[in-house]
Design a protein around this ligand. Structure first.
Ligand code: NDP
Ligand code: HSE
Length: 435
């Protein structure tokens, strides 16, 4: 079966992630596309540098533009960053009619109008899912999934580095400089981290979101931008006392007479969804006139998370090159002849923590007998609460177990329900922590 050939320009944090992902998930990817997708060419300025990916069988070019102009590939992936060489690479590939994937938000936000016009003229596609919110497929969600809506607002945490720094300062009392150094080490920050800290990177992403949400040209220069360098540990503490968390938000709002486009540190009530988005995680909330509010949440930076979005774009383009054009995205996501049944596991084997509330007679020894049964079934108790009787003789005992298969929980519950002091009608629910 002939492979779809990919040329990757830039073998840094994201580039290496893309090579790893295409290799590690090769079987699943080829089931989705209908053909293998293989990196055949790449650019490494320093060929001697150790890379955290397998480059065997990959032709290494020393010059980015030469790959874009000459390499015998089906798709060009730009992962250099910035506006100089990256812009030339994308325009050179587009001029050959090659589909391009990029993660470069600076490039799309600042030169996107020019790039998309060149792509249109050359009948090429430039895909950029990874340019906003790392691994969260927000571009596809707004452009396709929410296409039936008039979108009134898009807002969110769209810079992983700033969110990581603010979280470390809030939760661990770390200094700004230390938290930034770790974010850089983890591959979250831009080559020039002032882009992150001063809100420029978030503004690049907001420009892209606003364009696809409101149908406007990319409007980066009109965005009001304030970064997090003005946020002090003292402000973070006082905000906490008031019941708020400090987050860097990007906000695009539509009004009858125009739109707001702004990036700034913001106090968010600590019970709000966005206040709970910590570390490198990003979250984007979209307000559509039909759907109401929808939220998207996930890793906003880092090699593997970003590679997830880059590879999704590569797959979209590969399918367009290879599949039956009537079925570019297969109805069930995989090619029809690659859909295979898998056994559905019995729910009684599914493990989770369990919440249990028992109504019990208010007698001595109740708790010890309940916990003895749990221990006999090798179930630990993560939390327990006993409430005194209210308006009657019965008390209630509520507890949360460790993660256990359902059958083990049920066996213990059966025994507990046979205890003479346990009343009928236990309440039980699964607890899912998604960690
Ligand atoms: P890195 O700095 O880690 O990698 C950039 C790569 O490009 C390096 O391998 C570098 O080579 C290579 N490069 C730079 N200039 C040239 C050139 N002139 N010719 C050939 N190669 C060149 O960046 P990231 O991987 O972090 O980011 C890549 C892109 O992805 C950027 O646009 C970034 O904004 C975007 N992005 C990054 C995310 C992240 O979490 N890191 C998340 C989402 C998007 P060398 O190895 O020799 O230095
Ligand atoms: N530097 C960016 C961030 C990378 O921290 O969010 C992801 O776009």
């Amino acid at each position: 079966m002939q492979a779809v050939r990919v040329g990757v320009v830039g073998l840094g944090t994201v580039g290496q992630g893309v090579l790893r992902l295409l290799k590690n998930n090769a079987d699943e990817i080829s089931r989705r596309v209908g053909q293998p997708v293989v990196v055949t060419d790449a650019v490494a300025r320093d060929a001697s540098r150790q890379r955290d990916c397998d480059l065997s069988g990959v032709t290494l070019w020393s010059d980015a533009l030469s790959l874009a102009r000459e390499a015998d590939v089906d798709i060009v992936v730009e992962l250099i960053g910035g506006l100089g060489v990256a812009r030339d690479v994308v325009l050179a590939a587009v001029a050959r009619g090659k589909p391009v994937v990029t993660a470069n938000k600076a490039l799309i936000a600042e030169a996107g109008n020019e790039i998309f016009e060149a792509a249109r003229q050359n009948n090429a596609v430039v895909a950029f899912e990874a340019a906003v919110a790392g691994g969260i497929p927000i571009i596809k969600a707004i452009r396709e999934g929410l296409a039936g809506n008039v979108i009134h607002a898009v807002a969110g945490i769209i810079n992983g580095t700033c969110n990581y720094i603010l979280t470390q300062m809030t939760e661990k009392g770390e200094t700004f400089a230390d938290a930034l150094a770790v974010a850089q080490k983890l591959g979250y920050a831009e080559a020039d981290p002032t882009f992150d800290i001063e809100g420029v990177d978030a503004a690049h992403k907001l420009a892209i979101l606003a364009s696809i949400a409101f149908g406007i040209p990319l409007s980066f220069p009109q965005i009001s931008i304030e970064g997090i360098s003005s946020v002090s540990p003292a402000d973070i503490k006082i905000a906490q006392v008031f019941g708020y968390r400090v987050k860097l938000l990007g906000i695009a709002k539509r009004h009858d007479n125009g739109i707001e486009l702004r990036v700034h540190p913001t106090l968010v009530p600590d019970d709000a969804l966005l206040a709970k988005v910590d570390g490198v995680l990003n979250a984007v909330v979209v307000q559509g006139n039909a759907v109401g509010q929808v939220g998207f949440y996930g890793r906003g930076a880092g090699g593997d998370a970003t590679a997830s979005a880059v590879v999704a774009d590569i797959l979209d383009l590969a399918r367009a090159l290879t599949a039956d054009p009537r079925h570019v995205v297969p109805a069930l996501a995989f090619q029809p002849d690659a859909v295979r049944p898998l056994p559905v596991l019995p729910v009684r084997d599914a493990a989770s923590a369990f919440y249990l509330r028992l109504t019990v007679a208010d007698e001595a020894g109740v708790l010890s007998q309940i916990t003895a049964i749990l221990a006999a079934h090798d179930i630990s108790v993560e939390a327990i609460l006993q409430r005194e009787p209210r308006g009657g003789d019965d008390a209630s005992v509520a507890l949360i177990t460790s993660v256990i298969p359902q059958h083990r929980f049920e066996a213990a519950l059966d025994e507990m329900q046979k205890l003479p002091f346990v009343r009928a009608g236990a309440a039980r629910f699964r607890v899912e922590k998604f960690d």
